[in-house]
Design a protein around this ligand. Structure first.
Ligand code: AMP
Length: 313
């Protein structure tokens, strides 16, 4: 199985949305990403947890064949915690508390088999840690990266430097504006691509995603979900579907592959938002994913009468 290495947060999340709340539940960028990408490719995680991380969570991740040999456990340490809230606008997460805990002094050390991985995902975490992982790799074919406003505010220079070395950048609409100081989202995308990434994916929550590649924009709607329960992790799950598909496809340079990858990302994100924490991903199967993927293709299909005429003439 093709494999992906991810560095990111492994968290205990407390989240409130108009549909309810969850306390100290499994979360974190690396967790959502791995569970999603794991449906398409092998995934190894580099990250850190404290001794308080529940064994049940660890066992669950292992049961999904996620390689945890790069997971460090800090004796007496506390796992990263995030407390967030969504109001009526489910596209906007409000961070109430961020407790970096063991992430603050984490020094990732890659094992030999990690260094050889061809697909690297630098999930949302301190840009200095993203850089440390990237610098230990021995020539990945594709490097993708994500971030969030917390790091854009606290480490903008490190983030911008990192972007010069990544092929693919996943970013939220608001974060793209914040980072580039461009109000127009299309201009913001262009500025980001000038900083380095060949492909920029701008996530727009329930309004879908924009993909900028080879100077052209492609637009994707979100799969219609009527009962959004908790949008936490949608972005990481999107990246998991996107990169998982690319790793399984093996074609990292073709716009058609990127477009199919974006559809897989949207499909995976549409599941995550249907329940709190990772609950929906826990119950997911490959056949449910394939079914929704086909529905999504149908949603995107437009028949142009002029073209039909040309073919039949
Ligand atoms: P998203 O996919 O953007 O909704 O990401 C949600 C996940 O990001 C949550 O599970 C949080 O634990 C995690 N998270 C929140 N803040 C941070 C941060 N500053 N660094 C790393 N991960 C974070």
């Amino acid at each position: 199985m093709a494999s992906i290495l991810v560095v990111g947060s492994i968290a205990l999340d407390s989240v409130k949305t108009p549909k309810g709340s969850s306390q100290e539940a499994l979360g974190g960028s690396a967790v959502y990403f791995s569970l999603s990408a794991g449906f398409f490719a092998g995934v190894s995680v580099v990250g850190v947890i404290g001794e308080d991380f529940p064994q049940t969570h660890r066992k669950f991740l292992e049961s999904r064949q996620i390689d945890l040999t790069g997971l460090e456990v800090v004796r007496g340490g506390k796992t990263f915690r995030w407390v967030g809230e969504f109001g009526k606008d489910l596209n906007q997460a409000h961070t109430l508390e961020t407790h970096l805990n063991v992430i603050e002094h984490f020094q990732p050390k890659l094992q030999p088999h990690h260094k050889e991985t061809k697909v690297l995902f630098l999930a949302n975490i301190d840009p200095d840690l993203q850089w440390e992982v990237l610098s230990q790799m021995s020539g990945p074919e594709i490097v993708a990266c994500d971030t969030m406003n917390f790091w854009i505010h606290s480490k903008p220079a490190a983030l911008k430097e990192l972007l010069a070395h990544v092929h693919l950048f996943f970013v939220n609409e608001e974060e793209a504006r914040l980072l580039t100081k461009e109000e127009n989202i299309f201009k913001a995308g262009r500025v980001l691509s000038e900083w380095g990434p060949e492909v920029v994916v701008i996530k727009k929550g329930e309004h879908g995603a924009l993909l900028l590649a080879e100077g052209r924009y492609y637009a994707f709607p979100a799969f219609p979900v009527e009962n959004v329960v908790d949008p936490t992790g949608a972005g990481d799950t999107f990246a998991g579907g996107f990169l998982g598909y690319l790793a399984s496809d093996g074609n990292f340079k073709d716009a058609q592959s990127w477009k199919r990858a974006a559809v897989h990302g949207s499909v995976m994100a549409s599941f995550t938002v249907e329940d709190f924490s990772t609950r929906r991903l826990e119950k997911l199967s490959s056949s449910l994913i394939e079914n929704r993927y086909q529905k999504f293709l149908e949603l995107l299909r437009v028949e142009d009468p002029a073209q039909i005429l040309q073919i039949t003439v």
